[in-house]
Design a protein around this ligand. Structure first.
Ligand code: ZN
Length: 71
C-alpha cells in the first residue's frame, strides 16, 4: 500500500520527489507502525508458542500420572 495516498495499487516512488519529501514524516510513521505491528505479532506468536508448550507439558504430566496410577 502506498504510504502517501493510501492506494493499494500505488507506491511512494510513483509520486514526485517533492511529494515524497513532503510526506517524509508520514512514510516514516508508517514504517514505524509496520515495525511495531511486526513486534506485536512476534510477541503474540511467542506467547502462543509458550501457551502451546505449557499445554503440552500439562498433557504430558497428566499422561505420566495416568501411567503411574495405571498399574
Ligand atoms: Zn500513492
Amino acid at each position: 500500500m502506498c504510504d502517501i495516498c493510501g492506494r493499494g495499487s500505488c507506491c511512494e516512488s510513483f509520486h514526485s520527489l517533492e511529494e515524497q519529501q513532503r510526506y517524509e514524516k508520514v512514510i516514516e510513521a508508517f514504517d514505524r507502525a509496520r515495525e511495531l505491528r511486526q513486534q506485536v505479532r512476534d510477541e503474540i506468536d511467542e506467547e502462543a508458542r509458550e501457551i502451546e508448550a505449557a499445554e503440552r507439558r500439562v498433557e504430558h504430566e497428566a499422561e505420566m500420572r495416568a501411567d503411574a496410577f495405571g498399574d
